[in-house]
Design a protein around this ligand. Structure first.
Ligand code: F6R
Length: 604
């Protein structure tokens, strides 16, 4: 949450900051602001709304300077307003912050006497603290401040009397940094730096980063020099652009076949999944007596698919846990538990806390993560990276299908290692996984049809998704995708559960998206569809090709290619993503930046 960028170098800072904020906008878009050190001193501009609004304001104000900080906000503490937008200034300090200062009240009581605040934010109180402690030595000030501050933070600070230097420090909230020929950069994530370099490092916690025009360096809180551990991204600026698509979301929907290939192929050796390259030994799959999959939102829905697959093929109990619950529930796990955490960003605070909880209880931890070098990836015992490339749209699409692919690969390997499936079965699985990947194109070919049919959803206020087994997991995902970007109220129901209450909401014309791709429960699903149809539901039915369906039970029928039950989620997900996307487009909404949301949830 909140996008941060800092720069000191040879370019106009305002340009670098605004371009960087555009790349980081998906982290929050309630307000945006920049501060630049110019000949006239530190000058700030802030605007309510997204970076576009900030750019408009910048047209009225020209200032030159080659060092500055920029921020795009997702409001936590204090409403959405210009005074609450960052940067915040207090005395000699101007700073931007991502995170939450938990002891802001105590700080205010101790250091605020006689002072006046202009905003309602915890960040301004942090600025006050830095100013109070500042006696001309930035590093000393930061060291003292971090011994007082409680909570999570990534700060970039400029001092009024120290030109051309940005100081940074973080705890929990992410910051990455890089050197390039144009100068020194820091940002919440690498997408903002990629225009300048593909080599970067993650700022270690409680380390002070100093950005100067011609160099950057790090020191720990005892003043020792720290050598950064360099990382490299293998995608470039074009991967983080819309490249002719109207929205990032539809571009990312279209990138799924490639993302799947990139995730699957490097893990295949002799037609078998193999995790040698990532040093995930088979031994961790032996001797475990349960698996917990912990994640949030869409990543958790991928976990629900994983549970069905693992329980079916490996015959081991699997629990899927919502990370924000798991972390506070003293879970019953131990060294015989494999905890799989799933996260696109690798920074989701609740997933990270759950990982730490699992490690403290000696569970074996394995992370399925998309962002290289992210905190979850670094702190897990083992990492299986998905290779979806940068996902910019707030609604997750390609990251979800590659998470499912990673879970399929894990299931195959575990089924083999545990002796539940022999080598020939696993090789056949791989052929089927390739078919599932190819089926993405077949789902994408239905784009026009879906664009047309979603016209009937655009006026609706309530909608239901129903399914059984894997299709229930897909229903949950279809529902979150639709509601987050179209603002239509929607619920996902296990189809058999509907008549225990919810069916009272099904009246004439209420849309029900019925997912019936699972052969094993197909007949049961059809009965459930008849039940809603008999009450007037408008049914959009999704099945495999070639199944017999009575036309009277649906209004619209979409199909995926014929596949065994475990391999249907990927092409089905693509159909559901297109339904959500075009419904939002028809309603004239901002698809990539739905209200109140941000992509990376780094605060509780
Ligand atoms: C929905 C969506 C969210 C994320 C969730 C977890 O489209 O994107 O539900 O899946 O916030 O984020 P990560 O995967 O970054 O941990």
């Amino acid at each position: 949450m909140c996008g941060i960028i800092g720069f000191s170098g040879s370019l106009e800072a305002a340009d670098v900051l605004v371009t960087g904020l555009e790349q980081l906008e998906y982290r929050g878009y309630d307000s945006a602001g920049i501060a630049v050190q110019s000949k006239q001193g530190i000058q700030s501009v802030k605007a309510v709304g997204n970076v576009g609004a900030l750019k408009e304001k910048l047209k009225e104000k020209v200032f030159h300077g080659s060092c500055g900080i920029g921020h795009t906000r997702w409001a936590t503490h204090g409403g959405v307003s210009e005074v609450n937008a960052h940067p915040h200034q207090f005395g000699k300090i101007t700073l931007i912050h991502n995170g939450i200062i938990e002891n802001y009240k105590e700080i205010w009581e101790e250091y605020g006497a006689g002072k006046t605040l202009v905003s309602q934010t915890d960040t301004e109180i942090a600025a006050l603290l830095f100013d109070k402690l500042y006696q001309g030595k930035p590093e000393e000030t930061i060291k003292k401040a971090v011994s007082i501050l409680e909570g999570s933070y990534a700060f970039c600070i400029i001092f009024e009397d120290i030109p051309d230097i940005v100081y940074c420090v973080r705890k929990v909230s992410p910051l990455v940094a890089a050197r390039a020929k144009e100068g020194s950069f820091v940002a919440s994530d690498v997408t903002a730096l990629i225009a300048y370099t593909q080599d970067y490092f993650v700022l270690p916690e409680e380390t002070i980063l100093v950005l100067k025009q011609d160099t950057l360096y790090l020191e720990d809180l005892d003043g020792n020099q720290v050598e950064p551990e360099m990382l490299h991204v293998n995608w470039d600026t074009t991967a983080a652009q819309k490249n002719g698509y109207p929205h990032y979301m539809i571009k990312e929907i279209h990138e799924q076949a490639e993302a799947l290939r990139n995730t699957i192929l490097p893990r295949i050796k002799d037609n078998m999944p193999n995790f040698e390259a990532e040093q995930i030994p088979d031994s961790i799959f032996k001797g475990i007596d349960q698996i917990k999959i912990v994640a949030c939102g869409t990543a958790m829905h991928a976990g629900m698919v994983g549970k069905v697959l693992l329980e079916k093929r490996v015959r081991i109990p699997v629990g899927v846990e919502i990370a924000s619950e798991f972390r506070y529930q003293n879970p019953i796990i131990n060294e015989k538990t494999l905890v799989i955490v799933i996260s696109q960003s690798g920074e989701t605070i609740d997933t990270l806390a759950s990982l730490r909880q699992a490690k403290s209880k000696k569970a074996i931890t394995l992370a399925i993560v998309n962002v290289k070098g992210s905190t979850i990836a670094r702190e897990s015992d083992y990492v299986l990276y998905t290779h979806a490339g940068p996902e910019i749209a707030v609604a997750s699409t390609k990251a979800y299908t590659v998470q499912i692919a990673a879970l399929v690969l894990l299931t195959m390997r575990m089924a083999y290692v545990s002796g539940m499936s022999d080598i020939e079965v696993i090789k056949k699985d791989y052929e089927l996984l390739k078919l599932a990947e190819e089926a993405v194109h077949i789902s994408l070919a239905k784009e026009e049809e879906i664009k047309e049919l979603t016209n009937i959803l655009k006026e609706k206020e309530d909608l239901f998704f129903i399914g059984r087994g894997i299709d229930y997991a897909l229903s949950c995902e279809g529902s979150i995708k639709l509601k987050e970007i179209s603002y239509i109220h929607s619920e996902a129901y296990a189809a058999g559960e509907l008549k225990h209450g919810t069916i009272s909401l099904i009246t004439e014309g209420v849309p029900v998206i019925a997912i019936a791709t699972q052969e094993s429960v197909y007949a049961k699903m059809i009965s459930n569809i008849r039940e809603v149809r008999a009450r007037g539901a408008l049914v959009i039915l999704i099945t495999q090709e070639g199944v017999e369906v009575e036309p009277s039970i649906y209004n619209y029928h979409l199909t995926i290619p014929k596949l065994p039950d475990e391999f249907t989620p990927i092409p089905t997900a693509v159909l559901l993503q297109l339904i959500a996307y075009y419904t939002s487009v028809h309603r004239g909404l901002n698809v990539d930046q739905p209200r109140n949301l941000a992509k990376s949830v780094t605060v509780e």
